[in-house]
Design a protein around this ligand. Structure first.
Ligand code: AMP
Ligand code: GLY
Length: 425
């Protein structure tokens, strides 16, 4: 069968790679793909724009694609799934209405409140005056969020009233029509639990931890993610069960109450408080990036069978998911100047001499004259499996020593929380 993967990041390279490990999958078409999917055996890049729904639908029809899987949130929020479904083409992902769980923070918060899902107390402020008035009663730090999609830049944690006022002024100046959400700051450790669902049944994938900050020790500006590992030891099986019962299932039930059948990945970004309670910080309507790069190498169940079962509404009958034992870790190699103004078009060398157990999922790369160049902020995800996290990380960092491009930046402390926990008595 042929699978179509929409997107061009490390997550989509990992999806294409995982699909092609199944006997049944003969070819993956990647729109538009990157320098990694370009040379992945069995994968072909098709240079269409991510908003060219008509072009993608034609491609799926002409090629007889068995399933289309959408990586990023923007095409989902714009209704790619509805558009494919109108033509009866199999596609895995939430509809435009369901994708609001990521595309509108206020919609998601109201849904969580109605579902009685633990999340920070909040206020939706439709205009500047309401927001400034609400601030009067706030404790600091507090969290201010733009309502709509903002490519990871819509959230500001403010430490005092002056910066809160400045943030509110900025948000209403940039997007005067959109509300802002002000919510309580929840301290703790973050972890990502991604459910896979057909709208009736939801099963969690193995939990992953992403390092979103640019600097070591989880400091500096937020990024798309600088590295990740799975499974995340903070999520014990008891806690995962609790997340399933008090977060994933009630959210799905509340969506159904609103007439929405949510099919796709449902990403719960959780904060685990020092007392061990999980709170939802955000929902995303897709797989995480770089979480996918560490979850998919551990998944033994054929991915196309799982996603087709969801797409066809038979997840309840699907056998339990199978996982490899051990850990997977990935470290992002980023461009100089990332995240604000990455410098790209730099020659990348050293990939051909890596040991065979290193997986390199490309993010911002392109091929030119048979050579590989950087083309985005996050460039490569260097990934390895290991018996334990330390073993996986040591393979990754060993391999990074052989890779080079000018201005290459990466964090040397991915996994530090889990390694520190492990060394405690
Ligand atoms: P989001 O885009 O909603 O994931 O927010 C970006 C980051 O801001 C999260 O990964 C958290 O680190 C932080 N954050 C968001 N909301 C809260 C909150 N209520 N309490 C503490 N940290 C938060
Ligand atoms: N790694 C965070 C995200 O995909 O949103």
């Amino acid at each position: 069968m042929k699978i179509l993967v929409v997107g061009n990041g490390g997550r989509e390279h990992a999806l294409a790679w995982r699909f092609l490990r199944s006997e049944r999958v003969k070819q993956v078409l990647c729109i538009p793909g990157n320098g990694g999917t370009a040379t992945l055996e069995g994968c072909i890049n098709v240079p269409l724009l991510l908003d060219d729904f008509a072009g993608m639908r034609r491609l799926a029809e002409v090629q007889g694609v068995a399933l289309t899987v959408v990586g990023p949130e923007v095409p989902l929020a714009k209704g790619i799934v509805d558009y494919f479904q109108e033509a009866n083409l199999p596609i895995f992902g939430p509809s435009r209405q369901a994708a609001q769980i990521e595309a509108s923070k206020s919609w998601a918060k109201d849904l969580m409140q109605a579902a009685n899902v633990p999340t920070a107390p909040y206020q939706v402020c439709p205009d500047r005056a309401t927001a400034l008035a609400y601030l009067e009663g706030c404790q600091f730090p507090t969290v201010i969020k733009a309502d709509g999609l903002a490519a990871g830049k819509g959230v500001t944690i403010v430490r005092d009233r002056d910066s809160a006022i400045a943030t509110i002024e900025r948000l209403f100046e940039q997007r005067p029509q959109e509300p802002v959400v002000i919510e309580e700051f929840i301290p703790g450790e973050e972890v990502s639990v991604i459910g896979v669902t057909d709208g009736e049944t939801i099963r969690p994938l193995i939990a992953a931890q992403d390092h979103k900050r640019l600097g070591e020790g989880d400091t500096g500006p937020n990024t798309g993610g600088m590295g990740a590992y799975a499974p995340a030891p903070i999520l014990s099986s008891a806690l995962l069960e609790r997340v399933q019962k008090t977060i994933l299932e009630p959210t799905l039930a509340q969506l159904r109450t609103r007439g929405i059948t949510y099919r796709g990945f449902l990403y719960a970004g959780l904060m685990i408080t020092p007392g061990g309670d999980p709170y939802v910080i955000e929902f995303n309507c897709r797989l995480g990036d770089p979480e996918a790069q560490v979850i998919l190498p551990l998944l033994e169940t054929p991915l196309e069978s799982l996603l087709l079962a969801c797409q066809e509404g038979r997840l309840a009958q699907f056998p339990p998911l199978q996982w490899r034992s051990g850990y997977c870790a990935t470290v992002v190699l980023a461009s100089e100047g990332y995240p604000d103004s990455p410098i790209t078009d730099r020659l990348i060398t050293g990939l051909s001499s890596l040991p065979p157990d290193i997986l390199v999922f490309h993010a911002g790369t392109k091929r030119k004259n048979d050579q590989l160049y950087s083309s985005g902020g996050r460039v490569l995800n260097v990934t390895a499996l290991g018996e334990d996290l330390a073993a996986a990380l040591s393979k990754v960092y060993g391999a990074i020593g052989s890779i080079h491009f000018d201005g290459m930046y990466y964090r040397r402390d991915i996994g530090w929380r889990a390694l520190a926990d492990r060394s405690q008595p």
